[in-house]
Write a protein that binds this ligand. Structure first.
Ligand code: FAD
Length: 415
């Protein structure tokens, strides 16, 4: 695709030798010039690699002695600018399908993207998917959102007040269907909204299509299906993400009025952060793992705690008793659902990679550029793990010192 189109007639005309009898004659040595690619001469290249002064022919196969300088130094043709995928716009949707994602930290979780994928299945061509977020949220268009209704984030953690805000937003949108993730927060919110609106909620849908939603019941012995209800929650890992071209995610104005704060039946609700070191691997958000290429396990433990991550390991280390068995990542260990996986000195055997298939971001440190783990990683450091770990600790310490220096006097952390 990137090569210019050849014109064999023009090339032939260039090599025509003028004025030599009645029959056209061609100078065949000039034929290659028209194609735009320099013609290689393998014999001349080989000769240029020959090391002189030796009885037996010996060749320097390194790039230094190459005679194909022209070919190597030929400026690469500019790659055609990659065409940006066209953004799909639904100008006047027949109806809206609303999604209320968890969006922890202003980013869609994997489960959120699946729910938007389910909403797209319900919306079809005529409908539009409207995502209701509190505060900023990135990647909505790519996830399949046509509209975005942004509410002001609330102070503190009050589930009842959040449900009241979402109810007001839904009244403003007038959506035909509303989907929530069946997660800890999303499931709770969906039930509160259903009670607030006095409507039925179809929970834990595992199949979502325009003609109906399906969920398992009675210990998975039966399936219940329903024509798409107004309120539903979608089970994790049951529906595929949206895989089409990016959508517009046009911001909608919130025209409703802010609801009055609900009477406080919950006196206090606080999020207690779990200790990442003791969180089960299957629930961990950020896992740092050690493999056979890592020899300094003490520094590894410091890195894990400095990054506030959960420790993991490859099977080799667990078999050797260097890491506990429950830390094993992989097909015969734990399959992760982490947002980020950081692999130190792990080759990336298929059984190990099965365990990290669901991780959103993978960072790998390995001395072998061709290790499968490096190929799987979004960010790879080809370096000795024993060198990277102290450097990382130094950077983290510098960052922590800078953050402490920036804090106003008197607000330092208690000893
Ligand atoms: C039935 C079965 C089930 C299995 N299940 C699992 C499983 O669940 N989980 C699992 O992990 N394995 C599993 N395995 C084992 C798996 O096949 C691999 O043997 C194992 O994952 C390899 O571990 P590793 O990458 O740590 O070690 P190695 O394969 O020895 O790789 C070490 C890596 O470290 C790199 N390295 C070396 N020195 C350095 C350095 N100084 N700095 C940085 N990098 C360095 C090397 O380039 C290499 O890529 C299973 C195997 C079988 C047969």
């Amino acid at each position: 695709m990137s090569r210019p189109r050849r014109d064999p007639r023009a090339e032939r005309a260039v090599s025509l030798v003028a004025g030599e009898g009645s029959r056209p004659r061609y100078d065949r040595t000039r034929r290659a010039t028209g194609s735009g690619r320099p013609r290689r001469d393998p014999r001349a290249e080989r000769e240029a690699q020959r090391i002189g002064g030796l009885a037996r022919a010996r060749y320097d196969l390194s790039q230094r002695g190459r005679s194909v300088g022209e070919a190597v130094t030929t400026p690469p043709r500019a790659a055609p600018a990659a065409e940006a995928p066209k953004t799909l716009v639904v100008e006047a949707p027949a109806f809206l399908v609303a999604v209320v994602p968890d969006a922890p930290g202003g980013r869609l979780s994997g489960h959120d993207r699946q729910v938007i994928g389910a909403a797209r299945a319900l919306a079809g061509r005529e409908g539009a998917v409207a995502v209701i977020v509190e505060g900023a949220c990135e990647g909505l268009g790519a996830a399949g959102a046509d509209r975005m209704l942004r509410l002001e984030p609330a102070e503190g953690y009050d589930p009842a007040a959040r449900a009241a805000r979402i109810e007001a937003a839904l009244a403003d949108l007038g959506a035909r269907h509303v989907l929530f993730p069946e997660s800890l927060d999303g499931g709770d919110l969906a039930r509160r909204v259903a009670v607030g609106l006095g409507e039925a909620l179809f929970t834990n849908a595992e199949a979502v299509a325009a003609k109906g939603l399906v969920r398992p019941a009675r210990g998975r012995r039966v399936e219940q299906s329903l024509t798409p209800p107004r309120l539903a929650t979608v089970a994790p890992d049951a529906v595929a993400d949206y895989a089409g071209p990016p959508r517009e995610a046009r911001a909608l104005p919130f025209e409703g009025s802010a609801p009055p704060p609900p009477a406080k039946s919950i006196l206090s609700a606080t999020r207690i952060p779990a200790d990442p070191a003791t969180v089960p691997l299957s629930l961990a958000e950020f896992v740092v793992s050690a493999g056979n290429g890592l020899s300094d396990l003490d520094t590894f433990r410091h890195v894990v705690s400095a990054l506030h991550a959960t420790p993991g390991a490859s099977r080799v280390l667990c078999d050797a008793g260097l890491m506990p068995r429950h830390a094993q990542v992989g097909a015969s260990g734990t399959v992760l659902a982490a947002t980020c996986y950081f692999a130190l000195g792990i080759s990336g055997a298929p059984q190990h990679l099965q365990g990290v298939a669901g991780c959103e971001h993978v960072v790998a440190v390995n001395t072998d550029l061709h290790a499968a783990m490096i190929e799987r990683a979004g960010l790879a450091v080809v370096q000795d793990a024993q060198t990277v770990m102290p450097a990382l600790l130094r950077l983290l310490a510098e960052e922590a010192a800078e953050a402490t220096a920036r804090e106003p006097a008197g607000e330092g952390t208690a000893p």
